[in-house]
Structure formats: C-alpha cells, structure tokens
Design a protein around this ligand. Structure first.
Ligand code: UTP
Length: 289
C-alpha cells in the first residue's frame, strides 16, 4: 500500500465570523494577503510538501474558490494579447493540473471534525494531510514538508505544534507529551483550552496534521464536543488510544489570518518579504507610523 502522504484536506466551510463583513461575500480564505488570496500561499506550501491532490471542504457561496483554481480564458487571452507575460505567469501560478483538486460540500458547518470526515471517500485508505488554511506558515522547508518528513521518520499521526505566547496557552488546543527532547515528541494526550495554570505544555496545535485513515470511522460516530461542534481533537484523542501520535514543533513563523489583527499582521509581513515589492511596501508602511 502507498503510505506516502499524497492528499491534503483543506476545510474552508466555516463562516469566518471574526473577519466579517469581509468574509460575507468573499470566502475567508480567499481574502488577500498582500497580492494573493490566503489559499494561494497554502497550496504553494502543500505542493512543496509533495501533495498531489487537494480536497477542499466548502460551504455555500464559495464557488469563487473553484473558479480561482480554474483557467480564466478571458483574462489570460487579454494578458497574452497585451504581452503582459509577468502578470500572466502570476495568474497561472496556482493552477492545478486537471483532476488534482476536489470540492466537497459540507452542507452545514458542524465543526472541523465533521468537515474532515466529508473527505473520507476521496482520501480512501491512505495517510493524508489536513491544512487549516487560515494559518499561514512561513517556513523553509515548508511547514507541511516538515510534518511529512516527521511522518517518514516515525509513521503514525503527526500534529504540528508551536509555543503559545506567554500566558495564552489556555486559549488553544494544547498537547501533552510523554517527554520533551528535540522537536519531535511522542504525545500522551491533548486538551482543548485548558484552565489557566493546568496546561500540560505550552505547545498549541497550530493547523497542520498528518493523519491515518483510521480517523474516519471515529469521526463518523463522534458526537458534539466543545462549542456544540464535532471536534477533530476528540476523534484524535480516541485514535491515540490505538495509534502513535507525535507532536512536531516546526521551525517557522505562523500568521493566524482568522481574525482582523492577525490578517493585518500577515498582510504587512508578506508585503515586506515580497521579492519585488518588499522595499516599496516598507517605505509605504513607514509613512503610516
Ligand atoms: P475556524 O473556527 O477557525 O473558522 O475553523 P471559522 O469557523 O470560519 O471562523 P470563525 O470562528 O467563525 O471566525 C478552522 C478551519 O476549519 C474550517 C474553517 O473554514 C477554517 O478554515 N471549518 C470549520 C469548516 O470547514 N467547517 C466547519 O464546520 C468548521
């Protein structure tokens, strides 16, 4: 059986409440970070990790995601006619080959666990990645590539983690480790939003996973958890009883685009590091301070 991680699930069906009204008619993950939609960065990261097929879990009104990853003959023909080769290359850079993307309707945003479960038939019986696209990760090698390398090394399930800001661990899903040496450690458990002072570590689950397909039957019977939602964390806790889980503290910087200040921070950071416009962006930002 092919145990290579070839497919990634990208749940994008949430309502994006924290970035309304921006996310009212534009899906949250299609909002721009400087000059490209958030999803453009995430797909680039997935490709760098060897992902060959992306499965989007979408909701109603998110057709623009599918359109973004399709050819756009009108725009492309116009750019060709005008000889704008550089813009044309930008427009085409994110396009998949036909058949490399699937779009599944979640039908109701019942929670992240439910969203991942919707991909079961397309994933089949092989390990797969989950990428939460509102987390942008600037890393070299790419964050998911680091997780896939860890999977090559120890197998089982991998959860990418990172240190929570001082005093904020209680806001996140936190991992409980058997011991802590280096960046890759066997997990003992995890807790969702632990009461302050009871956190088993300061490492939070930050939005990239490699999971085994045995998660699907567990998700199938997973009831509602925290916030009345079907939680991926609850099904992972069940799977951990029979399969190893490792937490990988990845090397890189995460930008949480799920709220307005995080999205602003990502915009500034990616503008500053832009290969051709970074210097101009820096000068423009300076004039505002
Ligand atoms: P979030 O809770 O961060 O996203 O879920 P959200 O629900 O869109 O945001 P708020 O809280 O309303 O502002 C993490 C990821 O999981 C997806 C979201 O789209 C997001 O990318 N998700 C969440 C689903 O696809 N389906 C769900 O039922 C829940």
């Amino acid at each position: 059986m092919d145990r290579r991680v070839r497919k990634a699930v990208l749940p994008v069906a949430g309502l994006g409440t924290r970035v309304l009204p921006g996310a009212k008619t534009t899906p949250k993950n299609m909002l721009n970070v400087f000059d490209r939609p958030i999803l453009s960065y995430v797909i680039e990261e997935g490709r760098a990790a060897g992902i060959e097929h992306f499965v989007f879990i979408v909701g109603r009104g998110q057709g623009t995601i599918e359109d973004y990853f399709d050819a756009s003959p009108e725009i492309e023909t116009a750019l060709e006619a005008k000889g704008k080769a550089d813009i044309l290359a930008e427009v085409r850079r994110d396009l998949p080959k036909p058949g490399q993307m699937s779009f599944v309707r979640q039908m109701a945003p019942l929670g992240l666990g439910h969203a991942v479960w919707c991909a079961r038939d397309i994933i089949g019986d092989e390990p797969f990645a989950v990428m939460l696209p509102d987390m942008l990760m600037a890393a070299e090698p790419a964050a998911l590539a680091q997780a896939v390398s860890a999977h090559d090394q120890v197998g089982g399930n991998i959860i990418v983690v990172e240190p929570a800001p001082e005093g904020e661990a209680h806001k996140y899903g936190i991992v409980d480790l058997e011991g802590q040496t280096g960046r890759l450690n066997r997990m003992r458990g995890m807790v969702e939003k632990p009461a302050p002072g009871t956190e088993p570590s300061n490492l939070f689950i930050s939005g990239r996973y490699v999971l085994q397909p045995e998660i699907f039957p567990l998700l199938e019977k997973q009831g509602k958890g925290a916030g009345g939602e079907i939680q991926l964390t609850d099904a992972m806790a069940e799977l951990m009883k029979v399969q190893p889980f490792h937490a990988l503290e990845y090397e890189g910087v995460t930008y949480d685009c799920g709220d307005k200040i995080g999205l602003l921070r990502a915009n500034v950071a990616f503008a500053l590091r832009h290969p051709s416009l970074g210097a101009d962006a820096r000068a423009a930002i300076k004039t505002l301070l």
